[in-house]
Ligand binder design. Structure first.
Ligand SMILES: Nc1nc2c(ncn2[C@@H]2O[C@H](COP(=O)(O)OP(=O)(O)OP(=O)(O)O)[C@@H](O)[C@H]2O)c(=O)[nH]1
Ligand SMILES: [Mg+2]
Length: 428
């Protein structure tokens, strides 16, 4: 078994990555946006075979696996990828419930180095819930290709939590991650993640409600701020989950509800209304993410981000977005339908030629007519017809779609179609 050395000099023995069934020392949650390499890290550390691939939403439930490192047994939990923990989907609820109420000793948030800003939304939301956090900046090889450099030390200072850079596909880069995880789990030093500053009005309301919550229940400061935020937001699914898991009463508690009502009076008088509240929270998070990224990310190709935004403006504009999308998709369908005729014809004639040879052979060995007809004109011919008709379009369509995904065009299509899907009640 191989031995890989980390830059800190400690080692990660691949033979140590055994599956252990006995009780573990530490429980580690692997969370983050979809498609950032959580399962790749999970598989490389635990030796498990979670589904990985270049499309989001592969992991749909929590999976667990053990990793034995420096005489300690770590139970890793691979959580479904999610863009937020505001309970917009079942995956988000699974992720949120595990991070909030699963009591992991450490939550590793995996982020994509090529689009750090978008990933920080999830980081800030998670930092509101728990402090035992390690940020794992993955896909550093891809970032290098795109000439993006991230100052990991600065990022750690800005977020107030440990940050490690890895290339999940290269096992040896994970030993440093294990060192940091072990340090967080075993050290008594308290990590103080930086909080997002909303607005003065919202911050005052949060403190007021936090005081009421703290007078009623014994909660950590992190949790009381987060519950206060959710109470003001009025997100029933989260509040029900909090009540169930923490065994506390929030929605029927008269003191808390009176405080929430008075807070809404204050917010309304400051022109903050129920429909805008969640948008304001998300905007504050995104603003903070933008500021941090400006400080820690440098683009060797200075025009990279500008060019990206210019293309974005055209591809998602009201005027050109839909026509370009129709053109692209029509082009793909045309290529698939027309283009597949040629390989289909070649396959047909190839299989036909071989069928004639098979019939001659059947004749030669005096195979009964009913058997030769069943095997060659039945099984073989049907099978080869299906292959000739189905294989070429699939071989053309899927790679073309993968190219669109890799170019980042599919999320733009999703953005363009969002309004229509909402009107059809297809999104929550
Ligand atoms: N180049 C490169 N590719 C990586 C790296 N880590 C993961 N990948 C690839 O990224 C893709 C997504 O990886 P997954 O591990 O499936 O991502 P995930 O976060 O578990 O995805 P979901 O379960 O859908 O949320 C796969 O094709 C991986 O092979 C890396 O460090 N470098
Ligand atoms: Mg996964």
């Amino acid at each position: 078994m191989g031995l890989s050395k980390s830059s800190t000099g400690s080692s990660l023995l691949t033979s140590d990555l055994e599956l252990l069934d006995n009780n573990c020392n530490y429980v580690i949650a692997l969370a983050g946006n979809p498609n950032v390499g959580k399962s790749t890290i999970f598989n490389n550390l635990t030796g498990m075979h979670q589904h990985t691939g270049n499309w989001p939403g592969k992991t749909v439930g929590n999976s667990t696996g053990h990793c034995f490192y420096q005489n300690a047994d770590f139970l890793f939990v691979d959580i479904p990828g999610t863009y937020s923990i505001m309970s917009n989907s079942e995956e988000e609820e699974i992720a949120r419930d595990y991070i909030c109420f699963g009591h992991p000793d450490c939550t590793v948030i995996v982020v994509d180095a090529t689009c750090l800003e978008r990933n920080l939304n999830f980081v800030f939301q998670t930092m509101e819930i728990t402090s035992n956090i390690v940020i794992c900046v993955n896909l550093l090889d891809e970032a290098k290709k795109k000439k993006i450099h991230i100052d990991l030390d600065k990022l750690s200072i800005e977020l107030g939590v440990p940050v490690v850079g890895v290339i999940a596909r290269k096992k040896k880069t994970l030993s440093k991650l294990m060192d940091v995880i072990k340090n967080v789990c075993s050290s008594t030093n308290i990590i103080n993640p930086k909080k997002v500053y909303y607005s003065t009005v919202i911050e005052n309301c949060l403190s007021e409600l936090e005081n009421v919550l703290n007078s009623q229940f014994e909660l950590s400061s992190n949790l009381s701020r987060w519950i206060a935020l959710k109470l003001i937001d009025g997100d029933k699914t989260i509040l029900n989950s909090i009540e169930k898991n923490l065994n506390i009463e929030l929605l029927q508690n008269p003191t808390i509800q009176a405080c929430v009502n008075s807070i809404w009076d204050t917010l309304n008088s400051n022109n903050i209304h129920k429909n805008d509240f969640r948008d304001m929270i998300v905007s504050s998070i995104m603003y903070q993410a933008e500021i941090i990224c400006k400080k820690v990310c440098t683009y060797e190709d200075e025009n990279y981000s500008k060019r990206d935004r210019k293309i974005d403006k055209i591809l998602t504009s009201k005027k050109f977005g839909i026509p370009i999308m129709i053109l692209f998709l029509a082009g793909i369908f045309w290529l698939t339908i027309v283009g597949s005729n040629y390989p289909s014809e070649i396959l047909f004639s190839m299989f036909g030629w071989f069928q004639n040879k098979l019939l001659l052979f059947a004749d030669f060995i005096h195979l009964p007519a009913w058997l030769s007809s069943m095997l060659i004109s039945g099984v073989y011919q049907t099978l080869t017809w299906i292959v000739s008709v189905m294989l070429p379009p699939m071989a053309i369509f899927f790679p073309l779609f993968t190219i669109l995904e890799d170019l980042g065009y599919l999320p733009r299509i999703a953005f363009n179609m969002d309004g229509f899907f909402k009107k059809c009640c297809c999104t929550r």
